[in-house]
Design a protein around this ligand. Sequence first.
Ligand code: PEP
Ligand code: MG
Length: 573
Amino acid sequence: MICKGNKASEGLGIGEVFCYRPAELKVVQSYIAENEVSETLVQYEAFKSDVKNQLDSLIVQFQTVDPDQAKIFLAHREILHDDAIDEEIRNKIGKDLYDLAWAVETVYDGFSRLLSEMKNELFRERAQDVKDVRNRLLRSILGLKCSALSSLDKPVVIACHDLLPSDTATLDCHKVIAIITETGGETSHSAIIARSYGIPAILGIDGLMDKVQGGELVVVDAMEGELIIVPTEEQLKEYKEKQKQYLATVSSQNAYLDKLSMTKDGVRFEIGINIGSPNEVEVKQAPYADFVGLFRSEFLYMTSPGLPSEEDQFKAYKRVLETFKRPITLRTLDVGGDKSIPCLPLPKEDNPFLGQRGLRFCFEHKEFFETQVRAALRASYYGELHLMLPMVTNMDDIYKAKEIILALRDELLKEGVPMAPKTKLGIMVEIPSIALIADHVAKEVDFISIGTNDLCQYTLAVDRMNPNLSDYYQSFHPALFKLIAFCTEEFRKSGKPVSVCGELGGHPLAAVVLAGLGVRKFSMNPPSMGKVKRALTEITMDFAESLAQNVLSMATADEVINYLETELRGFTG
Ligand code: PEP
Ligand code: MG
């Protein structure tokens, strides 16, 4: 069977399906007979010990590679052995004759509710952890395959309804052959994570979870956006050949990784990488990157059991600076839209992408912003850290953020905390209103970085997450290039740098156009570096500039793509 979806991360994967169904924990209210009590208590101990073993092996697995993650599992082990929870479960079984699953669910839910209603933030944060341990224990009791994506036992193709950012944050990427989902578009965060690890992904496959059961062989052709469920021998042979060719192309692009990014006529580009967690500065392309142009700090909040403290964040930022030893652009918290964090008080809104997102949320909850900025300023002493603000709409946003940052700087100075003498401040250009006043912006900030994922969403009025609208989400729409051209030209008059950190910059066809529009810095998912470097070294600036001018005169995205494919054929494949 062949199904179609959105090509979200290039590549071709062949492997067995692992169905990830996180919401399947259904427990019914049921009771045991009195003579079953002692056996149920023995079972309880056995399941607890099974979960303890799972957590122990996760702790060992993460201790050296990701100590923060290991700490989360350590906290979960403490909850599993919590005396109060334990006693109440034993009472529910022994006195009220609840069956095991029902007792576990009732007691854990009660504790989690209690914690979530507390005034103290630290206690509230623990509620999510209690739920996590409950789910692990229930999965063990109900005999459900552990759905934790962090502990896959062999390489698989992950199939799921939706992969939430918090799922992808703990994903054991080395065991993921490909990702297929029912929802999500090209610039959803699942797609971004897949691309940063070079995992082929097709998102938005209609009715996917009814079509796969788990265990069957599939081909994920993310170049065509086609999923082949149980391929015939002949198809398998054909796709294995296609995969071989694809890998050969990737390796020829990667040959450009260690080359200087310079056009034939000597114009130099800086090529950076986007990262979502401190560990990603260690991806295989990282040694060839000039800088980190986007550190999506919200992923830290998603992997932490509660809110990461100032100290936790300071350590994480310091670690990235010390490991990478080149400039890091830390984007302040960008929650809202499709990124929700259980322990953050995000409002329920009809249009979250147009609502309290990014900087807007940070102004509403200044305490989170202040904690993060303090941590970042403290870390700035250990390398070159730049701060970048997301979702900036107007000049007031910039003035307000600067005031807070300056006040925090003064506070830290008074406390005698060492910091870099100056921390550069930049903004993301993601909203047309700010792109159109780039000349004014240039008077207030040190750099801008164009976030084409959101700029496309807000310019074309199309939800980047909605698979039904993927035809409308046209990253090559000439209107988007016009906006970028205007903003780049206006901002560059100040002599300050413009970079592009949205997905468009990682596309070799678009990168040439952006170069022609004046962009000299690109930050992208690491696997895109080779192909973008290749494209930029094969052109002259005259060529790129005339190509860009032609693109600006076009009417449709198709026209742009066809034109670029023809003009750039041969060195962007
Ligand atoms: C963007 O909007 O282009 C961007 C890089 O930010 P994010 O994808 O994290 O919203
Ligand atoms: Mg964005």
